[in-house]
Design a protein around this ligand. Sequence first.
Ligand code: FAD
Length: 322
Amino acid sequence: MEGSTPPEFEVAITTAIAAPEAFGASFDEAPAHGELELGAGLEGDPALAFRRTLGMFATGVTVLTTRVAEQVHGMTANAFMSVSLSPPLVLVSIDRRARMGALMHEGTRFGVSVLEARQTGLSDRFAGRIAEGVAEPSFEIVHETPLVEGALAHLVARVVRSYWGGDHSLFLGQVEFARYGEGRPLLFHGGRYERLVDDPRMFAMLAPELLDPILALGEARKFADGEAIMRIGEPGAELLLVLEGTVRVERPGRNLTLGVGELIGEIEVLDPGGDRIADIHAEGPVRCLAVSRADLIKALEADPRAAIALIEVLAARFRETA
Ligand code: FAD
C-alpha cells in the first residue's frame, strides 16, 4: 500500500439494532430440500456446476481474524458483504467445518482485512494453501481485534446475530471501526485471482512522432490555484496535457499528483458515453492543452498508425490481466 495516512474513522453507533420480534427466526429453520436444475451444457458433477456458476460472481478477498486469549486466528473469505449503513452492518458466510466458525459467537469481535492486489500469498496462507516465500503475517490490534497489516481496508465488527446457512453459518456483524487506504484490491473470479489493470495510460504510451500531431490540435487553458479542472460524473470529451504546474487527481481509493507532460482523461476521451471518474483540481496556477474528442478522431483518421498503436496498447493491457 502506498504510504499516505489512510482515512480513518470510528463508526458512530447511534442506533441500537431494534430488531422486530422473531427477527431472523424464519432463517433458523432449514427449508425443504429442493432439486437444483442446471442449465443446458452443465452436465457432469452438479455440485461442481453449481460452484462454478457461483464463481462467476466476482468478489474481493478478505481475511477474517479473531483473537482467543492471546492467540490470533485468521481465515480467507470472499463471502463478505455490506448489509446496512445505519446501523453499520456486514455479513460473512463461514463453512461449518472451518475453525473460524467455531470461534464466532454472539458478542465476538472479528476483523475484516480487505486484501490488496499483491496479497495473493496471504490469501493462500489463510486459506490453508501452500504459500511459499510469503512473509509471516503481522497484525495490528484495533478494538482488541487483530487486523492484517498492509491490507487495503479494515473493519472491526461484533457478531450480533448468526443464522443457519446450509453447510455454512452466516454471521451478521455490527461495525465498530472502519478505515481504508490507497491501492488496488485483490479480486477473485472463476476460482482464480484477478486484478484491475494497474496502468491507465493510453496516449502517453505513444511515440512522440504519433502523439505530437494529436496534441498540436489542442487549445491552451489556464486554471487558478484550487480551481476544478474536471469533476466526477461530468462528460469526458477532452484529453488534457499539463503544460505548467501540478494537478491533484482524487478518486475513491486512489489519489495522485500529476505534473508537466502528463495527460488527463485518456480513457474517457475514447469512450463516447464515458463520464469523468476523478475530481481534478489545480495545485497552484496550471496551464493545460485541451484536445477535443472530435479533433482527436480527425487526427487518428489522418494518421491510422496512431490508432493501430493505441490498439496495441489495449491488447498488451488485456494480456496483463489474462
Ligand atoms: P485453518 O484452516 O486452521 O487456518 C487457515 C490457515 O490460516 C492455515 O493455513 C493457518 O496456518 C493460517 N493461520 C491462521 N491463523 C494464523 C495466524 N495467526 N498466523 C499465521 N497463519 C495463520 N471459506 C469460507 O468458509 N467462507 C468463505 O467465504 C471463503 N472464501 C474463500 C475465498 C478464497 C479466495 C479462498 C482461497 C478460500 C476461501 N474459503 C472460504 C476457504 C477457507 O479460507 C479455508 O477453508 C480455510 O482453511 C478455513 O480456515 P479455518 O478457520 O478452518 O482454519
